[in-house]
Design a protein around this ligand. Structure first.
Ligand code: NAI
Ligand code: A1CAB
Length: 282
C-alpha cells in the first residue's frame, strides 16, 4: 500500500482518465499488491448515474457534489481544462478545496498551468501537474510531472508513486508540459490514426480490410516492442529495413516527397499551441 502522505486519494471528475487511474491503483500488480485499497480512494462525478456506476464497479465512495466529497490527502483534478475553474468555484471553499488542511493537488488537465491552479486553490497549496496518456489503461502509459511553486520533493515523490504503476514517469520543467502533451498526451491518437491510414492504404492495394488492419496493428506493436526492448535507435532500425533499390525506400521516398515529416511536425505544433491556449482558466 502507498504510504502516508499519499494515503487517501480523491479523483475529481472521474471520466475516462480518472477511472483509468482508479482502476490501476486498485488492481493488484503481481507480485506486488495493489497500490491502494478501495477505502483509500474516492471520486466525484457530476452525473449521478456515473457516480453510482463507479461505486458499483470499484466499491469506492463516490459523490456528484464535490463539496460533499470525503477528505483526502491527494486530490487528483481530472476534469476537462475548460471545467477546472467552474468545479473549484462550485465547491466554494468546501470539501477538497477547504483551506483547513494541507492537501496535494495533482492536475492531469491539458494546458492548465500550476500558477493558474494555485490562483484557484487555497493559498499556498502544493500543486503537481501531470500529463499522462491513454495507454496507462494497460500499464504502458507515459506520464510527465512538474511541480508548482509550493510543491516540494515529497509531493513530487507522492505524485510519482501514483503514476509509476502505469508505466514511464518523467520529471520535466513546466515550460515543456505543452510539448509533452503534444507528443505523448495526444500521441496515442496519432498512432491510432496511423494504423487506420496504413490499413486503408493496404486495402487500396488489394488487401481485405480486416487482414490489412491486423497486419498494420501487429507492425506497429512489433516495431514499438523492438525499439523499446532492443538496442537499435529508430534510425538504425529504419536503415536495416531499407534494402538498396527496394520497396521500403520506394515508400519512404514517396512519403517524404509528400511531406510526411512536416505533416507530423505541423500536427504536434498545433497540439502544443492548443495546450497553451487551454492554459488559463477563466
Ligand atoms: N483523454 C486523454 O487521453 C487524456 C486526457 N487528459 C486530461 O484529463 C482530463 C480528463 O479527460 P477525460 O477523462 O478524457 O475526459 P472525460 O470527459 O472522460 O472526464 C471528465 C469527467 O469530468 C466530469 N465532470 C464534469 N464536470 C464536473 C463537475 N463539476 N464535478 C465533477 N465531475 C465533473 C464529467 O462528467 C466527466 O465524466 C482532461 O483535463 C484532459 O485534458 C490528459 C491526458 C490524456
Ligand atoms: O485532447 C486533449 O485535449 C487531451 C489532452 C491529451 C489527450 N487528450
Amino acid at each position: 500500500m502507498i504510504e502516508s502522505p499519499c494515503s487517501r486519494v480523491l479523483v475529481v471528475g472521474a471520466g475516462t482518465m480518472g477511472e483509468a487511474l482508479i482502476a490501476g491503483w486498485l488492481r493488484p500488480q503481481p507480485p506486488a499488491p495493489a497500490l491502494l485499497d478501495a477505502r483509500q480512494v474516492a471520486a466525484v462525478n457530476a452525473r449521478p448515474a456515473r457516480s453510482d456506476e463507479l461505486t458499483a464497479r470499484y466499491g469506492i465512495a463516490c459523490t456528484c457534489d464535490v463539496a460533499q466529497a470525503p477528505s483526502a490527502d491527494v486530490v487528483v483534478l481530472a476534469v476537462k481544462p475548460q471545467k477546472m475553474a467552474e468545479v473549484v468555484r462550485q465547491a466554494n471553499g468546501r470539501g477538497p478545496f477547504a483551506p483547513d488542511a494541507r492537501r496535494l493537488y495533482v492536475s492531469i488537465a491539458a494546458g492548465v498551468s500550476t500558477a493558474a491552479l494555485e490562483r484557484l486553490l487555497p493559498e499556498g497549496s502544493p500543486v503537481v501537474r501531470a500529463m499522462p496518456n491513454m495507454p496507462l489503461r494497460i500499464g504502458a502509459g507515459a506520464t510527465a510531472l512538474c511541480a508548482g511553486a509550493h510543491a516540494g520533493e515529497a509531493d513530487l515523490r507522492c505524485a510519482s508513486r501514483l503514476f509509476s504503476c502505469f508505466g514511464l514517469v518523467e520529471k520535466v520543467s513546466e515550460q515543456l508540459m505543452d510539448a509533452v502533451c503534444a507528443v505523448s498526451g495526444s500521441g496515442p491518437a496519432y498512432v491510432a490514426a496511423f494504423v487506420e491510414a496504413l490499413r486503408d492504404a493496404g486495402q487500396a492495394c488489394g488487401l481485405e480490410r480486416g487482414l490489412s488492419e491486423r497486419l498494420a496493428l501487429q507492425t506497429v506493436l512489433g516495431t514499438a516492442r523492438m525499439l523499446a526492448e532492443g538496442n537499435q535507435s529508430p534510425a538504425e532500425l529504419r536503415r536495416s529495413i531499407c534494402s538498396p533499390g527496394g520497396t521500403t525506400l520506394a515508400a519512404l521516398d514517396a512519403m517524404s516527397a509528400s511531406g510526411f515529416d512536416s505533416v507530423l511536425a505541423r500536427g504536434v505544433a498545433a497540439a502544443c499551441s492548443r495546450s497553451k491556449e487551454l492554459g488559463a482558466p477563466s
